[in-house]
Ligand binder design. Structure first.
Ligand SMILES: O=P(O)(O)OC[C@H]1O[C@H](OP(=O)(O)OP(=O)(O)O)[C@H](O)[C@@H]1O
Ligand SMILES: O=c1cc[nH]c(=O)[nH]1
Ligand SMILES: [Mg+2]
Length: 208
């Protein structure tokens, strides 16, 4: 598996603002979307193109275009939803799947409650999005599910990751490409990322 860590100052700056506990829900949402767009620009740099002929005011010319239909964005609910519009701003015709998972507060194991992917999925470039990669349990379960349904070309984007999550995802799915906004220090005893930003879902949806 390849892991790319974002170094662009704009991404790092916005992640710093995201972490602050006094960042409002409204601001938090906007930042998550903007970071997803900036990371998406990086992550989609090898998106497939096909040549079409266009007529400019000067002459006919063969030029590349992307096909949005070949891309599927798959947020892990809930927090991943906050990243979808950032990717759709880049590729408006991308398809969107959903995987509903929540972590058990005691065991931290992921529990699945909803899954719907674009059909067929096997030939599409899939970008799974979730702001937080903590133990890696949710990411592994999401990629397991996508592979079970035939998905092959899988990228995973997380805004903040713990080293434990990166290692776990790398061991479970060595064939995927991972894009991380910032690698944090460690997990605490409740499996929250330190320094992290708290609970991403609660901060996006204002539920706490
Ligand atoms: O790497 P892990 O240890 O699995 O933790 C990461 C998961 O935890 C959070 O979701 P959460 O369970 O809080 O659900 P929510 O998005 O509905 O808040 C986060 O958005 C990830 O999906
Ligand atoms: O730090 C963490 C860990 C898991 N999920 C979150 O939202 N935050
Ligand atoms: Mg949450």
């Amino acid at each position: 598996m390849s892991v790319s860590y974002m170094t662009h100052p704009l991404i790092r700056h916005k992640i710093t603002l995201l972490r602050k506990e006094d960042t409002s829900t409204n601001e938090f949402r906007k930042l998550v979307e903007e970071i997803a767009m900036l990371m998406g620009y990086e992550a989609l740099s090898d998106l497939e193109t096909q040549d079409i002929t266009v007529k400019t005011p000067i002459e006919e010319s063969v030029q590349p275009v992307i096909s949005g239909k070949k891309l599927a964005v798959v947020p892990i609910l809930r927090a991943g939803l906050g990243m979808v519009n950032g990717i759709l701003a880049l590729v408006p015709s991308a398809r969107v799947g959903h995987i509903g998972l929540y972590r058990d507060p005691e065991t931290h194991a992921p529990h699945e409650y909803y899954c719907k992917l674009p059909d067929p999925i096997d030939q599409r470039q899939i970008v799974v999005v979730d702001p937080m990669l903590a133990t890696g349990g949710s990411a592994i379960a999401a990629v397991d599910f996508i592979k079970k349904h035939g998905g092959q070309k899988i990228k995973f984007m997380s805004i903040i990751a713990a080293p434990e999550g990166v290692d776990a995802l790398m061991n479970a799915h060595p064939d995927i490409q991972l894009y991380v906004g910032c690698l944090d220090r460690e997990l605490n005893e409740n499996a929250y990322i330190c320094p992290g930003l708290g609970d991403a879902g609660d901060r996006i949806f204002g539920t706490k």
